[in-house]
Design a protein around this ligand. Sequence first.
Ligand code: MG
Ligand code: ZN
Length: 326
Amino acid sequence: MIGDGMGTAQLYAGITALRDNTNIARCPVAGFVKTFSADEYITDSAAGATAYSTGYKTNNGYLGVTPDGAPKETIIEMAEAKGLSTGLVATASITHATPAAFYAHLSDRDNYEDIARNILNSGIDVFIGGGWNHFTKRSDGKNFADSLVKRNYVLARNIDDIEKATSHKLAGFLSDEQMPRYSQGRGDMLPVSTAKAIELLSGNKKGFFLMVEGSQIDWGGHANDLNYVIEEVVDFDKAIGKALDFAMKDGETLVIITADHETGGMAITGGDMKQGKVEARFTYGDHSAVMVPLFAFGPGAEKFSGLQDNTDIFWKCVELQKLGAK
Ligand code: MG
Ligand code: ZN
């Protein structure tokens, strides 16, 4: 689970707003993650997510490829090859950098139309986010919604259809481009979609891999908007609760919660835990270099304590799930 732009200040603002009553606190293991990319001390979300999805650092803006453009197998592709079920849930478009790094291989995170093409044959069982237009209003005139139906996906265009879904191939497009922020119409889309994805994917006896992104913590940081950051962290914590509820019952599921980078150079300058009040200042409107927090629950969680590189997360997952072995 990736809180885009969720540094310790963003997370602590959410913890305070929730009056110290969070789901993330149920994780017994914590660590820190270094986020620098191949070409920059300060990463962007494309390189950050590629480190998690492939185990290789790449240049900012690149998805699923090394700095020389060579495609690297993603953890979703490895899981698919082993017969696991796979899914992606995001509060951005499903073609946005973070989810895209898990299935696309190209050096331009802004090329949404080519990114959309990459998902068609990815084998991903369940994906839910925005980005309908990148599949249906394309400059090449193609209709990839039809292509998905031909590949046995059920399409969902609203949260009610997500909640009712029983198909094990589900493509949820809940907005034409990006999703609105929590308080401007998105509501509980993230926790509801997370719970549904887990329900659909967990039927596979071989197991499943799911990436859930709280995409807009980052956008609140870019906007230097404390309330935006807080509502997105609180929403992300609800989704964390859905994952932990399942993992606690299941006993065989590892949940990892981290971030790709910090956004806004945010500092908490005051607050009140009992009243859930936070004051904060932002240093500027872009990502910062600071290491980000990681929390883990479940079998193998202890491997994720201490200080680690973003690429280490991938290799630890591959080892734990024996994804590299044929
Ligand atoms: Mg993102
Ligand atoms: Zn950003």
